[in-house]
Design a protein around this ligand. Structure first.
Ligand SMILES: [Zn+2]
Length: 149
């Protein structure tokens, strides 16, 4: 069996992102710059899911996410699941959840906000119903409509 075929069955070392809503799959692929990876990457969409009906899934050989990458993933796509695999064994499984504050991940939608005009970090408070509120200008924006920094 070639390395690529083995990846379909099992990942030796790497990460699996599961429970991706089908309309977010390619946003995540872009966010992670999967086009730049040289190790095998497997992208599946419209896969059957008992919980979600249909879902997307990404397997990346040799990739282990940093906390910063996981926070970005959570912003684009809350409630995905990340599985870390080493030597064919699952060593970590985590549900990604949105933190209460997002520091320097999202751009403020208000063009005159100080964060868009000074070299500084953005800070957003995550409110109910997936609304983000800028710490500096108070502008609120919906999570599904944000621009990443
Ligand atoms: Zn702002």
């Amino acid at each position: 069996m070639g390395k690529d075929q083995k990846l379909v069955a099992a990942l030796e070392n790497g990460s699996v992102i599961d429970h991706i809503p089908t309309d977010k799959l390619f946003t995540i692929a872009q966010l992670l710059h999967l086009e730049k990876f040289t190790e095998p990457v497997l992208i599946g969409n419209n896969l059957e899911s008992k919980v979600m009906g249909k879902k997307g899934l990404i397997k990346i050989s040799g990739k282990f996410f940093t906390e910063d990458e996981i926070r970005k993933l959570a912003v684009v796509c809350p409630n995905i699941r990340i599985t870390v695999i080493k030597n064919y064994e699952v060593v970590e499984k985590r549900e990604v959840t949105l933190p209460e504050t997002l520091t320097d991940i999202v751009k403020c939608a208000n063009p005159v906000c100080i964060t868009n005009n000074e070299p500084m970090k953005t800070v957003f408070y995550v409110k109910d119903n997936n609304i983000l509120k800028c710490r500096y200008c108070g502008k609120e924006q919906k999570l599904n409509n944000i621009k990443l920094k």
